[in-house]
Design a binder for this molecule. Structure first.
Ligand code: R7I
Ligand code: MG
Ligand code: MG
Ligand code: MG
Length: 348
């Protein structure tokens, strides 16, 4: 591969972080037009903004998405293996010790943290299984933090699926929450595997790969004979094939942009794939920026969708595609790069 594996590992975690930091100012702010978002990105890259930031040096803060991604990566690096109890403790410690971010978490996942702590982590999956009257959460909180699993397990497909499931089930046990995380993990993994120096990405092949994998993974007995993610991916494929590109309205309508895994993970994957070609209104040649900016322009759960899209783009292009301004103005960059290096050392 023309891009080093280390660069791809660093790109994946950096992409997850920056998508979250840059997307969170717009979360559920649906009045924000794509033009305003374009100006925001232009300003970040512009000289005035740089001067302003050199004086004050504030940073775009990350939210629960990155806080939990950090816990997953740190747990792998410190334990050298999947250790569910260690991971559950890290989620809880992170939540209670970093109060600045406490209000960025999903509304119900906080109950899981309370219970895990009260029960002294005796069974790290029990509190999650009790959510929503025992059905478990189908929020995108499992998917948003899954990228380290794709890196840590990148050489073994079955171990990767198993690990993605367990990492998710500490907070999300609903099959839609789990399968959403698995799909996002598969997309990041696919990004790691493909070589961007060998010509343009084969979008159709990338899509078909995910479609056939989800067809195997989704157990139809859980959904009345249906395969929800498989179905959404087929819709995604149709949107990608549209002459001139699908418009924002139909993407939001059919793929969704909310906090559920089913209506956000395919949207993030779509953003990455759509951004392989120019998008009207997004004037940049840089495909990492194009991916993240487009994901944010879809509105709704912007931090999470941009974070998931950014992780896939970063894994595919490597860190070289992620330009300086974005790194400079976002919180946590050094820490995330160190974690990527740690995962890379383990993978060696
Ligand atoms: O999934 P989760 O961690 O939330 C992640 C989101 C991201 O956008 C973050 O950036 C942050 O803002 O929050 O947290 P959960 O509370 O488990 O799920 C999120 C929401 O999905 C819940 O608050 C519910 O509104 C909805 N939800 C459900 N609603 C009904 N029945 C999830 N599962 C169910 C369900 O089974
Ligand atoms: Mg968030
Ligand atoms: Mg939020
Ligand atoms: Mg969010």
């Amino acid at each position: 591969c023309g891009i080093s594996r280390l660069s791809k590992f660093r790109g994946a975690l950096l992409g997850a972080l920056l998508g979250d930091c840059l997307g969170s100012p717009f979360e559920f702010d649906d009045d924000e037009s794509p033009i305003v978002i374009h100006k925001f990105f232009e300003k970040l890259e512009g000289p005035d903004f740089k001067f302003f930031f050199l004086l004050l040096a504030p940073k775009y803060a990350y939210t629960d998405d990155s806080a939990m991604t950090k816990c997953v990566a740190k747990s792998f690096v410190s334990q050298g293996c999947l250790d569910e109890k260690d991971l559950a403790k890290r989620f809880v410690t992170e939540f209670y010790s970093d109060r600045r971010r406490a209000n960025t978490y999903g509304q119900h996942v906080v109950d899981v943290f309370h219970k895990l702590r009260a029960l002294k982590f005796a069974d790290p999956f029990k509190p999650a299984s009790e959510q929503f009257n025992g059905t478990g959460s189908y929020g995108n909180g499992g998917a948003m933090r899954i990228s380290p699993v794709a890196l840590f397990c990148h050489t073994d497909y079955d171990v990767m699926l198993h690990t993605a499931k367990r990492v998710t089930q500490i907070t999300h046990t609903h099959a839609l929450g789990v399968n959403g995380a698995i799909l996002q993990c598969l997309a990041v993994h696919e990004g790691l595997t493909q070589d961007p120096t060998q010509g343009p990405l084969d979008v159709e092949k990338f899509t078909d790969g995910l479609i056939s994998k989800m067809q195997m993974i989704e157990q139809t007995d859980e959904f009345d004979g249906k395969r929800p993610f498989h179905t959404q991916l087929l819709i995604m494929k149709k949107l990608l094939a549209k002459e001139g590109g699908a418009n924002v309205h139909e993407v939001k309508e059919s793929l969704g942009n909310d906090v559920t895994a089913i209506f956000s993970v395919p949207t993030a994957i779509f953003s990455f794939l759509r951004a392989q070609k120019p998008i009207p209104g997004i004037e940049t040649e840089n495909k990492f920026r194009r991916t993240v900016q487009y994901a944010i322009s879809l509105g709704g759960d912007t931090d999470t969708i941009a974070s998931m899209a950014g992780a896939i783009a970063g894994a595919y292009f490597g860190e070289e595609e992620i330009s300086d301004p974005y790194r400079k103005y976002c919180e946590g960059v050094e820490e995330f790069l160190e974690l990527a290096d740690g995962l890379y050392e383990l993978a060696k």
